[in-house]
Design a protein around this ligand. Sequence first.
Ligand code: ADP
Ligand code: MG
Length: 454
Amino acid sequence: ASAVEPSDGGGTGGGVAAAMRTIRVGGFGGGRPTLAELRKLNEPGPDEQLGGEKKAFGSDKASGKGLRSGASCLEVLQKRSVLVAVRARPLNDREKAEKSSECLTFQDVTGLTLHRDDEREHKFAFDCVMSQDIGQREVYDRTARPLLHKVLEGYNGCLFAYGQTGSGKTFTMQGAGDQPGIIPTLCKELFNEIQESAATKHITVVCSVLEIYNEKVKDLSIESGDDLTIREDSSAGGRGIHVEGLTEVQVKSGQEVLDCIAKAQQRRAVGKTNMNEHSSRSHSVVTLRIGACDCDDVDGATLTVSKLHLIDLAGSERQKATGATGDRLKEGAQINLSLSALGNVINALTEKTGSGRHVPYRDSKLTRLLQDSLGGNSYTVIICNVSPAKINAEETLSSLRFAERAKKIENKAVVNRDPKGERILELLQENKALRAKVARLEAHIDRLEMYYDK
Ligand code: ADP
Ligand code: MG
């Protein structure tokens, strides 16, 4: 920075020099600086700007596969607070055996066309489309990674996979074999971040796992807790929508989260003759509650608490009229209840009606739990999983229509901080900015006095 240095000007004889002392301002080549030069010296520094820009999202290389970049997905999420992505899986063995041809083509990074033999084609646009060539990490970078970035800033987040059974929801969320899905990758990255920022930030994580089955909320972290109640605490700085009595496990590493989930999955499977069938009929919800606080903050004014839901939804296929009787039929009706309620909530949210619109969150456990995430205080990422096979074209079309509707949801995400803490933090920031301003103006006055004193 160019400093103002009093110095002997001219280098002529001592006494005269003292009398004619001028100030040389660095870079001005001696003499009195112009007003413009002085003004430039007096520019406000970064400490005087309130709420400086947050750390930028790391860039990722374009894949050359017609994929939107992760940074650009973050931009969409920040701007719209909802990001809707579509992922098609490869043809499976059954589809290959039936010699099914494919019904999807991809255009650019957002376009998708569904082709049906008998009809005109259906064109769609989403925030990000991912063909069968797209690997797990690439999916993570465009969906969960931007979301985690916002969650670490103190916002709520929700990511869910929607689609018919067998479309790749569990593969996307959990992964298989040596292809870890979003949940394991996110856990690893989350704790990497925690470690990297350990010098300045203190971050704690608690994990809970539940499922919604037959319109009952079941805590999967303990043996009991089969029918929990969802409540709302809307007081300032309160917990918002939460499940009463749900077990929360404090976790210190990504592995601990995964162990917690694995144990929950075991409990989920107990007494089930067909686990695949059960999992396709229930909604599985992993929730991380993340508390973050600056290390040097004694008042806890910087404390933020955000919730991140990671959800593997029940299969969205229409229940076939045949074959379902008794309990099975009821189960089907209940799954449809939660999923059709989800559809209704999204319809209500996206219909252009006046202010007094009613959104039927209370019609199902799923929509009640997701109330914050749909039209509320959250950043939300929806991954629509689809089969590319022509034999599944009807289901794929209905999933894509759901996703298209969901794109119109508007959320209003705010950082989750106690209002008192919020105010203290504002004042501390203002105080810091004012101190910096005072210091700068004092320096400026000194500089001026050097001219006018003599
Ligand atoms: P869902 O949970 O939607 O019912 P799954 O995730 O269980 O579907 O996927 C069904 C099958 O397809 C699984 O065997 C899974 O490993 C496989 N699969 C799904 N998506 C992909 C993909 N993108 N790449 C490779 N295999 C996949
Ligand atoms: Mg599944």
